[in-house]
Design a protein around this ligand. Sequence first.
Ligand SMILES: Nc1ncnc2c1ncn2[C@@H]1O[C@H](COP(=O)(O)OP(=O)(O)OP(=O)(O)O)[C@@H](O)[C@H]1O
Length: 764
Amino acid sequence: MLFSISYVQNAPTQSLLSVVNGILDESIERKNGEIPHRVACLLRKVVQEIERRISTQAEHLRTQNNLYKSREEKYQSRIRVLETLATGTGEETQTVINQLQQIKTEKTKIEEKKKLEEQDVIRLMKEKDHSDLEISAVKQELEIARKTYEERCLQLETHAKEAKVEFNERLKELECLLTDSTKKVKELESFSESKCQSWNKKENIYQSFLDFQFGALRELKVASESIKQEILKTQRSYSKEFNHLGAKLKELADAAENYHMVLVENRRLYNEVQDLKGNIRVYCRIRPFLSGQNGKQTTIEYIGENGELVVMNPSKQGKESHRLFKFNKVFGPAATQEEVFLDTQPLIRSILDGYNVCIFAYGQTGSGKTYTMTGPEASSKEDWGVNYRALNDLFHLSQERRSSFIVLTVHVRGTDSETGSALRGSLHLVDLAGSERVERSEATGDRLREAQHINKSLSALGDVIFALAQKSPHVPYRNSKLTQVLQSSLGGQAKTLMFVQLNPDVDSYSETLSSLKFAERVSGVELGAARSNKEGMDVRELMEQVASLKDTIAKKDEEIEQLQMLKDFRIVSPNVNGEKSRTSSLRFGSPSPSRHSIGGIPQRSQGLSAGKGSGLIEKAVSDQDNCSEYSDKHSEVGSQQSKLAGGEAGQNFPADVELLGLGDADSEERLNDIFDGGISIGTETDGSLCSPVEFTLIPEGGKPAENTEKPKISSKIAQIQQKLGQTASSQLSVSKDSLKVSTSSRKNTTGASASAAKTSKRWQ
Ligand SMILES: Nc1ncnc2c1ncn2[C@@H]1O[C@H](COP(=O)(O)OP(=O)(O)OP(=O)(O)O)[C@@H](O)[C@H]1O
């Protein structure tokens, strides 16, 4: 804002005022109240100029006013002159009037002008007042600004003074510090000098240390060289040892290999233990999903090599969802017929050693029982089931009966040419009916009745298994034809194997579980060590001698009785004679368990109807019935065949009467049958069946003989017994009465053997 003096002098008042206002506004906007000195000077000049102008204006106005007053007076005098003149001449008057008029107009104009100028003056006055006010305001502001400025200056001066004092103090401090620093520098210089000296010393020490280290390093190099040599030596010895260890490891690997053989051996031994304990072996077989069942969920979780099986219940969670079972062997879905048979073969072959063997397949419908036992229909040789494989030589027979004792029984008999002992074994191959619950079979009408029947025989089988597992004194074999048929295998110390067949389908889980539980129970059944039906020549001869001696005793007994009766007849009345006869007959009836057993052997079949198998059983039983005709005729006892084919259960046959007078054309064979029957029937525990052979073999030391011939016979028996003691001493424990019974039972048993032989022939 630099205004020259000429601008201030030449600029109109209005613009000067606006300059002043601008300066003031600017200072107000800054708000610091400070007006620079130059601006203040300028303002002062502007204000002075405005004041000067106003005073000039006022002077001018006063001059104008005086001028107008003098003019007015002049015109007034003229008017008077003119008025004087007007009174003189009219024309002149008129002219003067005109002039006057002009003057008046002029006067009006001048007055108007005057008015305007007066207005101007008034306006200027107002402007002046306004300017005065503004000037005073500016003055005030200037005063305030000046004061503020002065205060600020004062403050700055004070600050400057304080700063100066402070600066001086700081300067002093810095001077002190400088002095200190100088001192310190000097100290440091002296310290570094001493340090330098000590470092030099240390350098010398380190130099000597390094020299020493280099010396040591040289020594170490020498030592490392010798250590290297040591290591090489050790390496050589280690490699030797490694080789040695390798050899040992190889030995271990061989041992591990052997371990597997040992495992196999262990399994074999385990099987032998099972043989000795007589457990029913249980093989579990899981059939694969059939075509169309792909993608189905399986319940089989794990199949162990040693017979472990874990099944999973998909509807349960956690621990309860899994169940572990252990059997002799578990065959997975991929197991071939050959594999299954290979594990079964030893058992089957043992019939050649005179064992009775029974293999039966259990499981729900469609689980693969027939597949395992027989094989699929129209099967090739690889698909052959256990039946065909085991009975390759009887294949044609199996085929004949393909369309219908389910139960295929094979009797094997042979003679050991070296020892002359006879071997007799039988093999039962049973394909049971489906084990599912009747509701699940969805059968109705006749099929429902048939299913119920099947269910009954399977439940009877369950009862028998349960009784055997519990070692119950009574085993209900006779509750169904099936259990009667299987009696010799389930209770006759035979070798028995059950295939439990499983359908892996999740829908069959409950059936699978119940089959597995049943199988678990079956595997717990101990039948006792299997016995071979092997009779040495000595035994047979002795048996024959015992039998003939018993015959003699019986004849003598009869003679004694007849004599006694004759004697009594002579002494007492005929009634008494009758009484005596009855007593005598009763003695032959069932006073002792052994007698009772002979009487209670026959049990007539009521006709079989057991589903798929029932036809065959029925046929078997009808065959048996045919045999029974024969056996009834000949009063056969002692073999299981005769038991099934005989009369009502528990019926006591008057064995003495029935068995007497039989022909003994093939007595040796019959004797064998009896012996066989004795062994197989021995475990019937309800007291109705017992081995007649046991009676024959077991005289109980005995009462003193009544007849004079008896001591002779008894002593002969004793001799025989001594011989027999070597082979069958454990079975000796019957009374003299038993011996009497046995005399006649011999005939009885010979009859039975014929039946067995014939029945066997029928099946062959
Ligand atoms: N291990 C297997 N491998 C291949 N297919 C099998 C196997 N086991 C069973 N099957 C098939 O499963 C189906 C049912 O088998 P199978 O007839 O043997 O059962 P089942 O238990 O005897 O039935 P049912 O009680 O009705 O006689 C058949 O088609 C059979 O071929």
